[in-house]
Design a protein. Structure first.
Length: 340
């Protein structure tokens, strides 16, 4: 249940309203959402008499939600949330394409990535600095130096960046280098302490789906961020684990459709970690746009075979240049366009 308040509510009324909610025995979590004051009551049920009393105290709507997820649900907010990442918007008619390497390697590599992205008409850059690797002996990312190389290459060319956080202790470095959006990777989707900390920021978050997470678990992970008041959340489907071994993961296009129905948050797709092989990426990217994805996150490398990680799935700059017009054609067919 969520109690929204009237636009004209005074701070005295707010205090009385919250006190009344507490008297009713609810665990009312105050939540400022898009400039308005709300109280999230979780699964508490109120009767008509209670609701009448709340209205007299400045409540506007008392929204009863049957889902576990509340703030991120369309039942709470029917209109799409538009997430603005330093001028690149997700959730509207235009569909941004984010490209870049799995990991930030060198200054030259990043200069080529940024120049290639601009040539191809892509509007945002990705690149890992803190890498979650299966083996502790594999390249772990350049850490803060990686953030510096990423931001120094992309920002002067007017392109915002997204990069993965693994531990909240890295946040200061993210702020210092003006990282525009923070990625929470599949392995951290249910790192609830990390999610709570990111909910306390107002930085856009790209929340990847856990590799074995149900849609409800994914949306509840988003709820952790949203319940801290951070509405700038982009969900990212990146393939789930199944019994199939012929490719890395199964891109859950059905999940994209359902997620977009259930939540007002933008839903983007990472076709690279889904397929795991470069030759599959274009088809998966087109499928994603066809089912209504609000953006793409694609691994691109100036020399894919030389990638320090995920070499099998990276597309070359030329392949991205070739792909973007095809994506735009698919987007046009479903009433949208690729953001150039
Ligand atoms: C990545 O984007 O490089 C990454 C590690 O992704 P995921 O968390 O989806 O595996
Ligand atoms: Mn990768």
């Amino acid at each position: 249940m969520i109690v929204t308040t009237q636009a004209t509510i005074t701070s005295e009324q707010s205090v009385l309203l919250q006190a009344h909610l507490e008297r009713l025995g609810t665990n009312a979590l105050p939540l400022e959402w898009n400039g308005a004051q709300n109280y999230v009551l979780g699964d508490t049920a109120l009767d008509e008499h209670d609701i009448h009393a709340l209205t007299a105290l400045g409540a506007d709507r008392v929204i009863s939600l049957k889902q576990q997820y509340q703030v991120v649900s369309r039942a709470f907010q029917p209109a799409n949330t538009i997430v603005n990442v330093s001028g690149v918007t997700f959730g509207g008619e235009q569909v941004p394409v984010i490209v870049g390497p799995c990991s930030v390697e060198t200054e030259d590599q990043m200069a080529a990535v940024v120049a290639g992205a601009r040539r191809a008409g892509c509007t945002m850059i990705r690149g890992g600095a803190y890498k979650p690797r299966t083996s502790p002996y594999a390249f772990q990312g350049h850490g803060e130096l990686g953030l510096e190389l990423l931001c120094d290459a992309a920002h002067p060319k007017g392109l915002p960046v997204v990069t993965e956080i693994m531990d909240i202790r890295e946040l200061d470095a993210f702020m210092k280098h003006n990282v525009d959006a923070i990625q929470v990777g599949t392995r951290n989707m249910q790192n609830f302490s990390l999610l709570k900390e990111l909910g306390a920021t107002r930085i856009p978050i790209i929340l990847k789906r856990g590799m074995s997470a149900t849609l409800s678990e994914w949306l509840m992970a988003a709820e952790y961020i949203a319940s801290g008041g951070n509405s700038q959340i982009i969900l990212c489907e990146r393939g789930i684990r199944t019994f199939e071994t012929a490719y890395r993961n199964v891109l859950d296009v059905t999940g994209v459709i359902v997620a977009k129905k259930e939540t007002h948050l933008p839903v983007i797709v990472d076709p690279s970690h889904a397929g795991g092989k470069a030759w599959m990426v274009a088809a998966l990217a087109k499928a994603a746009i066809a089912v209504g994805a609000d953006g793409l996150l694609v691994e691109m490398h100036p020399n894919p075979k030389e990638s320090w990680c995920d070499a099998d799935q990276a597309l070359s700059i030329e392949e991205i240049e070739d792909l973007v017009p095809q994506l735009d054609a698919v987007a046009q067919a479903v009433g949208r366009s690729i953001l150039a």
